[in-house]
Structures are given as structure tokens and as C-alpha cells.
Unconditional design. Structure first.
Length: 223
């Protein structure tokens, strides 16, 4: 956690997953003033524990009553308050679809971003839609495929500013199982990042699955 006092953000961004809670104090132009994190993930909290967990993390940023926008599992049925999935095709984020979380502290105004669902074949994402919105903000007019690596990697088809379709692959989970619990673990090297290995894996020959036969133009890591 970053301990920064006397911060008066314009708004606060929150990524609240199953295992971790992360928050950023944002300036009006999008600059990050401060950030903080804790291990108060959704999976550890009862419904009445979400507000105290958030106050512990960002209580020092609330003097100006900044609006708070949260994404991730905090908006799941098991989270603070359910933010129902939106069906694709649709924009990754929609301000009108934000759901207000119930709060008791008058300094808090928390809006939860809903995830996306793919009706057929059935699939869902919650949190990755915000990463897609960030990618499109950096690449206006982008049409193509975005790959969001993670435990359950997402491949999303983007067109005209909308998520047209997406699929989930158990890439990260399969890697963890194979590298930690199978006979292949004996041949695994230590932790680290290998640019050449990554480039080879996402080359046209290296890709074995995806929404298109060619690789995505850019890959954005999952946080």
C-alpha cells in the first residue's frame, strides 16, 4: 500500500478482484496522483465488509467526496452489489449501466461497472471490459482482436468501438497446472519474462487457438 496523505483526487478508480483490492487517486486529466492496494479481495469478504475494506484503503483520499468507480468481481453476485452483465455486441463501458453500491459513510459514492456476457456460446468477463476500454482510449478507431492474458485469458473481437464477441481460454490456469502439478514441472525454468518466447508464441505459427487465424495486433496484460 502507498501511504500518501492530503490527496484530493478528482475521482478514484478501483480494481476489486477475487484476491486483491487496488485503487488509484486520479487527477482531472487522467494523471495518477497516488495508488494503494490490499489483499481484501472479494473472496475474503462478506457483503457488509466491503465498505470497511475500502475505507481502510482510501479513507485519506475522501475529503473532497470524489466519485469512485469500481470494476471487477466486486460487482458479481457474490460481491458488494451485483452489477448485471451486459450482452455483446456493446461498448466495453457504459456510464448509464453503472450500479450504485450501498454505502453508509457520507463521503462514499461508489459506482460498480458491469461485466460483459456472450450469449452463445455462453461466456462472461468481469474486469477485462475496463482494460478493453483503456486499450480503445489509447487506440481510437482500432478494429481487430485484443488478447488479454491471465488465468482465464480473453480474446475479444473489436469493431466500431464495440466488443462484438469474445472467448475465454484457460491458458493461465492450464499453465499453472502443467508447470506445478505435472511431470513437466521438472523441466520448468525459474520465473521471468522472455520476449523472444512470447513473440514466437503469438506468431501465426505459434497460435493454436483464437478468434482469428492471425495474432492480435497488440496484447495487453491483465492486472
Amino acid at each position: 500500500m502507498t501511504d500518501v496523505s492530503n490527496i484530493t483526487p478528482a475521482w478514484i478508480a478501483v480494481d476489486w478482484g477475487t484476491s486483491n483490492l487496488r485503487a488509484w487517486a486520479m487527477a482531472p486529466g487522467g494523471r495518477v496522483l497516488a495508488e494503494a492496494a490490499s489483499d481484501d479481495g472479494m473472496g475474503k469478504l462478506a457483503r457488509d465488509e466491503f465498505e470497511p475494506a475500502l475505507l481502510r484503503l482510501i479513507g485519506g483520499w475522501l475529503a473532497g467526496h470524489p466519485p469512485i468507480i469500481a470494476c471487477g468481481m466486486v460487482g458479481s453476485r457474490q460481491g458488494w452489489c451485483e452489477a448485471p452483465y451486459r450482452a455483446v455486441p456493446c461498448t466495453p463501458l457504459d456510464r448509464a449501466a453503472l450500479v450504485a453500491a450501498p454505502t453508509t459513510d457520507p463521503r462514499l459514492s461508489v459506482q460498480l461497472a458491469p461485466g460483459l456476457k456472450h450469449p452463445s456460446p455462453a461466456d462472461v468477463m468481469r474486469g477485462e471490459e475496463t482494460q478493453i476500454a483503456g486499450a480503445l482510449a489509447l487506440m481510437p478507431g482500432y478494429d481487430g482482436v485484443l488478447c488479454l492474458p491471465g488465468t482465464h485469458s480473453k480474446w475479444a473481437q473489436i469493431s466500431a468501438g464495440e466488443v462484438v464477441s469474445f472467448q475465454t481460454y484457460m491458458t493461465g490456469e492450464m499453465f499453472a497446472l502443467l508447470s506445478e502439478a505435472s511431470v513437466l514441472r521438472h523441466g520448468m525454468q525459474g520465473d521471468g519474462w522472455d520476449d523472444a518466447a512470447f513473440d514466437s508464441a503469438v506468431s501465426p505459427r505459434g497460435l493454436s487457438q483464437g478468434l482469428r487465424p492471425q495474432p492480435p495486433a497488440r496484447a495487453f496484460p491483465a492486472f
